[in-house]
Each structure stands twice: as structure tokens, then as C-alpha cells.
Design a protein around this ligand. Sequence first.
Ligand code: SR1
Ligand code: MG
Length: 402
Amino acid sequence: MSNYHPLNEEEAIQIARTIPGIFSAEGALVCREIGDGNLNLVFHVSQPTSGSSLIVKQALPYAKVVGESWPLSLDRARIESEALIIEERFAPGLVPKVYHTDNELALTIMEDLSSHVIMRQGLIDGGVYPRFANDIAQFLARTLFFTSDLGMNQQEKKVLARSFANPDLCKITEDLIFDHPYTDADTNSFDPHLQDDAKQLWADTELHLEVAILREKFLTHAQALLHGDLHTGSIFITPESTKVIDPEFAYFGPIGFDVGAVLANLLLHYASQEHWSSNEASRQERRQYLINTIRDIWTGFEREFRALWDEHGQDRIAKTAGYQDWYLRSLFQDTAGFTGAKMVRRIVGLAHVSDIDRIPDPDVRAKAQRLALTIGKNLIKRNRQLTSIEELIAIVDKASQA
Ligand code: SR1
Ligand code: MG
């Protein structure tokens, strides 16, 4: 019989004590449950006398954001631990260290990153992160290249993919990103002032065709091991350090989905500058910073992915002239489309982003929401025609000037 049960703080302390090399034998431990995400319990366990600490993360058997009526597999805790270990191998220093995994209790015990802030909040507070574009470009290029058929033995990749079948979490994405925002679904949630905008989304068959094509890619293109939920709430940051957390949605899927997740969340923050910048000059400056970051991420990602391909590509046929250019163009188009889909879902779907939801004035919030929707819809509709990051930026600029 399974020993699984949700931990309380005392039990989290007892388990934390068993992790070697973190706490001194003397000195009490204290614990706080700090989980503010949609799905899990997160215990912060620390020892005031030594200053040591760690995180005990436990999956719940349902989606916390909805309640027990939405059951979810506990296997996602194993998936998260194993994905973190693989990411550390290919992108060392860019994820928290995993100290221990307990699949029965659905636990990952890992490095405490309290010296960092969640990037979404850091951006809201006006933070500037000079290392971020390069760090995340490296993370994306290295984890995605080395788990793709270009950088991993193709038979080993198939075997690895077996342990990353993640049906429950993929189903969340299939529904909440690629279906529900485009119909009058019960799970949708949006401000009443967006009723007409939502109706337009539900009736826009040109948009639906592109969403269907993106959804098909999400369902069938097992290109590489994705993080699967790489928004700015899944990144811990300081100006000197970037750490990607929370890969419980990891599975083998289309590379552009991860790159697009990062760009989408920067663009949602861009749209939210309607509120967070106090005047037009600071808004322009902040938006320019975000656009420069987006440009640097894509160009850094592309440069590193091509360099890895040239140096480590094992395949004779993958060296065929023109194939690398075709592949990168298609990755870029997927990135643009997924960026758009990940923006639209955060305005009308179940789970939103605080950058926009915390805007107090409904008129200002509506302006930010409509800007995000316009950018998102245009990126979805035009993804298959785009060929450069400058074209993507031009879509953003045009929507902002309207
Ligand atoms: C029911 S879970 C809602 C969302 O939270 C996660 O972070 C994913 O983005 C998911 O879609
Ligand atoms: Mg998460």
C-alpha cells in the first residue's frame, strides 16, 4: 500500500534532517509552507543556528488551483526530479541541485534559492537582469539540443522518452493553451470587460486553424525534452544568476514551445507596462529593455544551437547543406506561434499572470490585456510566414502603437 500522504511541516523537518551534508547535528530546524503555485506543496526548511536551508517540494494528487475535483498524477514529482538532473548535466549551474527524490511520497528535496527572487516578481519590481538573456539562451540551446535527435543517440532518446510520458500534465496544456481559450469553456476566466474580445477569439476561424496546427505540433513533435512550463514564475533570478525551476511539465515535445514560453512571458510583462511604468518615457525605456532581451535570447539561442550542431551533431544526413537553416527557420516559426498561444491563454484562460492581474485600474488593465491579446493573436496568425526576430519585434511594435 502506498505510504503517500500530504506532509505537514513537522514531517517535512524530519525528512529534511535525513539529508546528509546540509544541517549540523545540533540546532533546531524551522519550516514554512511557501507554495504559491498552482499544483504543489513547497516547504522551506532552515536551521537558524547554521544558516543552512533546503526545499522539500511535494506533489499533491490534484491541481491545487482548482481543488480535489481535478486529479493529477503524482508521477510528475519523479519527472521533475529526473528532468532537473538531466538539465543540470547539460546546462550546469542553471537549475537547483537535487539532494534527494522520494517517488512514493512524490518529493523532490533540493537546493534553497531564497537568495534569488521569482523573475515575474523581480520584473514587476523593475529589476534588470544583465545575465538573463545569455543564461536562458544557453539553458534552452543546451538542454534542447542535447536531448534532440541532433545531439543525442536516437535509440537512447527513444528509451528516455518512455520515462517522460507525462499525460496528465500534457493534457492540462492541450486543454488550457490549445483548446479552451478558443471556445466558451467552463475553465475560462476573464474580466467582464473582455467579453467581446473573448467572443471574437471564439469565432476567429483563421486563428483556430493556426492553433490547431500548433496543437498538432505539441501533440506529435517529440523533438526534445522540454521543460514544458518555462514562464517567468519558473525562473529564480538575481542580476548575477539564473536558475530554472519546476520542470514538472517536462515531456518530449516541440522545441519552440519552451523558447516561446520565455518570450511570451516577457511580452506579457511588456503589455503590463501600461501600469507598472509611471510615465511614457519610463514605459518606452522599460519596453526597449524587454525587446532587447527578447532579441538577445533568440539570437543567443540560435547561435548556440548552431554551434552545438556543428560541433556535436552526430548524424551524417543532418550535415546536408541547407538542413540546419531549414530547421532553425522552422524552430523560429514554432517559437513565434507558441509565444502567441501562451499569451492568449494568460488573458482569457484558467491561469493568469500577476503582471497583468494585479493592475488595479480596470481601464488600464483592459488596455494591457488587449495589447497582449493583439500581439498574441498576430503571432499565432502569422507564425508560418515569419523568418526573423526583427519581424516578430515589428509585430509587437505595431500593436503597441495602435
Ligand atoms: C491547472 S495548472 C494551470 C497552469 O499552471 C501551470 O504553471 C501551467 O502553466 C498550467 O497551465
Ligand atoms: Mg510550475
